[in-house]
Design a protein around this ligand. Structure first.
Ligand code: AMP
Length: 213
């Protein structure tokens, strides 16, 4: 099974992927996480990606495509992949199809978590992430028990540079210009399932699971 999670930054893709990967026994592949990991390790890719990410822009297609195709070749992806944050542009969607075709595979389902524009900015600009385990909190909607400390692992919480308000506005604009077209790409292939992302987390999960039945 190859499943794609679509939705704007702040729609809840990361939160739902974390839950779904456990329930579905699939590997969660997040392009954003892979890029942040490359930045942390100061790889060549990480150094190039940083300049785009801090501005809220997309990292060039060829670099992201190569990174994801390599990740999809790892043995742990054999039983299924939950792709989060990729593809984000029409050329990325085409490259994904090409890479999967070559292996006799295809995208089975594209899950679209839909959230109204006003809600997205509120969600993004109050977001805090654990430096250690990556768990995401929200100062208003999902605060940690102790401010600044991760409930899961006790790690320190920080605000991602691209979650600051000005950058969040740019990321949303980039999403509407460059990523929205791929929603229709999967809708036209009849594999898109749309879920209301404004509901409580457990309800969104239930609806997503229903899409996969
Ligand atoms: P995310 O964690 O998915 O919100 O991604 C954080 C940032 O990483 C984005 O704002 C982009 O700069 C970069 N990024 C993640 N995925 C992609 C992608 N598929 N194509 C280009 N840039 C990406």
């Amino acid at each position: 099974m190859i499943i794609i999670l679509l939705g704007a930054p702040g729609a809840g893709k990361g939160t739902q992927s974390e839950i779904l990967q456990g329930k579905l026994q699939m590997v969660h592949v997040s392009s954003g996480d892979l890029l942040r990991d490359n930045r942390k390790r100061c790889t060549e890719l990480g150094k190039i990606a940083e300049g785009y990410m801090v501005k809220g822009a997309l990292v060039p297609d060829d670099l992201v495509i190569q990174m994801i195709v390599e990740r999809m070749d790892a043995p742990d992806t054999e039983h299924g992949i939950l792709l989060d944050g990729f593809p984000r542009t029409p050329p990325q969607a085409a490259a994904l199809d090409e890479a999967l075709n070559a292996k006799g595979k295809r995208v089975n389902r594209a899950l679209y978590i839909k959230v109204e524009d006003e809600t997205l900015l509120d969600r993004l600009s109050g977001r805090w992430t654990c430096r250690n385990c990556g768990h995401v909190y929200h100062e208003k909607f999902a605060p940690p028990r102790t401010p600044g400390v991760c409930d899961v692992c006790g790690g320190e919480l920080y605000q991602r540079d691209d979650d600051k308000r000005e950058t969040a506005i740019i990321r949303l604009r980039v999403y509407f210009d460059q990523t929205m077209p791929i929603i229709d790409y999967y809708r036209n292939r009849d594999i898109l399932c749309e879920v209301n992302g404004e509901q409580p987390i457990e309800t969104v999960t239930a609806d997503l699971l229903e899409c996969l039945r």
